[in-house]
Design a protein around this ligand. Structure first.
Ligand code: RB5
Length: 153
């Protein structure tokens, strides 16, 4: 499943991405967790909803759009099991999957145009994790940071 969300600044780009997902996502369905208007709202609320769904559902992916992609990536990465990547180029979209096994892509509607965003989402969703031992080892070390953080609570 793909979980999609945006704040007000990302709303129009989210809608454009949804339209392209209908053409490109194959058998992966998506759920739009909002927002549904361009009324000003706080991006951490949507980042949290999408990230919770992705962390709770094995194999799920997330797409988050705000003005820059920055607020969304900061907030989403607070949740265990989330590897969110703020992407501004095709190469970043590809490598976030191949090397980092990222499960959320964040995009900035004030940074990139809609065609680029749709293309980067497609690359992100279609690129597999390489699975190389060195990449898995590094990802495991990220999980170790989460465990150490949780133990301190
Ligand atoms: C909203 O104005 C803007 O701050 C937000 O969309 C995002 O860019 C934050 O990182």
């Amino acid at each position: 499943m793909i979980y999609v969300g945006s704040d007000h600044a990302g709303y129009e780009m989210k809608e454009a991405i949804k339209a392209s997902l209908k053409d490109n996502a194959g058998d992966m369905n998506f759920v739009d967790l909002g927002v549904f208007t361009t009324d000003s709202m706080d991006y951490p609320d949507i980042a949290r909803e999408v990230a919770e769904k992705v962390s709770e559902n094995h194999g799920a992916m997330g797409i988050l759009v705000c003005g820059t992609g920055t607020g969304m990536v900061i907030a989403a990465n607070k949740l265990n099991g989330i590897r969110a990547a703020a992407v501004t180029t095709d190469a970043m979209a590809e490598m976030a999957r191949r090397h980092n096994n990222a499960n959320i892509i964040t995009l900035g509607s004030r940074i990139i145009d809609q065609e680029s965003a749709k293309r980067m989402v497609k690359i992100f969703l279609e690129t597999p994790f390489d699975g190389d031992e060195r990449h898995q080892r590094r990802i495991d070390k990220i999980s170790e940071i989460e465990r150490a953080r949780d133990e301190k609570k």
